[in-house]
Design a protein around this ligand. Structure first.
Ligand SMILES: [Zn+2]
Length: 346
């Protein structure tokens, strides 16, 4: 497992450093800002999120916080002490109430490394996130360092120490309700989105929904299926669409919030993308195409504006969908195909 992970990391890193001219956020210099979505309900996003979206790029991790009578619930603890401290400062500017809960929407480090900086809060995670963090802390840290670190360590990620969940949600949990006094917050799971440990936060009265990385952002951003699982992810996003009422504000994983029904509605765009990906790759495998021809056939220009498309679509999402349909058809992958799809577990 470790070997597979490391080689995927190398592919990822080599790709990002060599061929792809994409914007990459830097946890050593970026700043977070607060966006008020409803009274006492805030998204917290990279200050460059809106600007980068205009250039078809995703930004750093988005989270948020909710202030209730009893205290505060935080969504995401970010990738290093610097950003976790910014989150705490943004909260302290609007309330001095205690931070009672931190929810991690995934086991990726940019969503949970900062947990240790909230010593008095109860951490809420999916049980798969705790398991992953306990078993793969070092691999994951190396992955994040390769993606976003600096050789001299001024990103601060090396100082992170693991702190995992106190309250765990499982695949069998429908949702848990957190009582903040004058309002309830629902912590839900809708199934695999990008990882086995995805959680969502739902405020039914204010109609605000945090998705984590299962939804990267508004159109034209498209999913990062770092572990594969496009069919599972598509089913999960369709469950969101069935569940969420019109007018819901979605705080996505790596960009600005948007509303369902907006022109750039990322939920619809992600669903359309994954449906097109599914159709294209399924047809290619049925027609006996190999992986390289399947990638060529899945050009999908209507979804290609995202600045990471040549990487996340062609090198990650298509190969994983190919592996999925080859397995369904009982067909063998070549050695080379196995090598480039070893990160696709789902
Ligand atoms: Zn993320």
């Amino acid at each position: 497992m470790k070997k597979l992970f490391v080689s995927f990391m190398c592919v990822l890193f080599a790709t990002l450093s060599a061929g792809v001219h994409a914007k990459r956020w830097d946890p050593a210099i970026l700043d977070l800002e607060r966006i008020e979505l409803a009274p006492n309900v805030y998204a917290v996003v990279d200050t460059l999120s809106a600007e980068w979206l205009e250039e078809n790029a995703s930004a750093a991790t988005s989270g948020g916080f909710i202030v209730g009578e009893k205290g505060v619930l935080v969504v995401e603890s970010f990738v290093n002490a610097r950003l976790a401290a910014q989150m705490i400062a943004l909260i302290n500017e609007v309330t001095r109430k205690p931070i009672l809960y931190v929810v991690n929407t995934s086991y990726h480090g940019d969503h949970m490394y900062g947990n240790y900086l909230f010593p008095n809060a109860t951490i809420i995670q999916h049980e798969e996130s705790r398991k992953y963090a306990e078993e793969h802390w070092e691999d994951d840290l190396n992955f994040m360092l390769n993606m976003f670190g600096h050789p001299d360590g001024h990103d601060g990620m090396q100082e992170n120490s693991p702190r995992t969940g106190d309250i765990l949600i499982t695949d069998d949990t429908d949702y848990i309700r957190v009582d903040l006094g004058d309002r309830n917050v629902e912590i839900r799971q809708f199934g695999f989105g990008q990882t086995k440990g995805d959680l969502q936060v739902w405020l039914p009265d204010e109609k605000v929904f945090w998705t984590g990385n299962s939804l990267i952002g508004p159109a034209p951003l498209v999913p990062w299926l770092t572990e594969g699982g496009h069919a599972l992810s598509l089913a999960t996003l369709k469950r969101y669409r069935d569940f969420l009422p019109e007018g819901t504000t979605i705080v996505s994983g790596h960009s600005v919030p948007f509303k369902i029904g907006d022109e750039n509605d990322g939920l619809d765009f992600h669903i359309a993308y994954l449906s097109a990906l599914d159709e294209s790759v399924r047809t290619s495998v049925e027609n006996g195409l190999g992986l390289m021809d399947t990638v060529d056939a899945a050009e999908m220009p209507e979804f290609s504006a995202y600045d990471l498309f040549n990487w996340n679509h062609k090198q990650m999402n298509v190969p994983c969908a190919y592996k999925h349909y080859m397995a369904m058809a009982g067909k063998e992958l070549t050695e080379e195909e196995q090598a480039v799809t070893q990160h696709c577990h789902n």
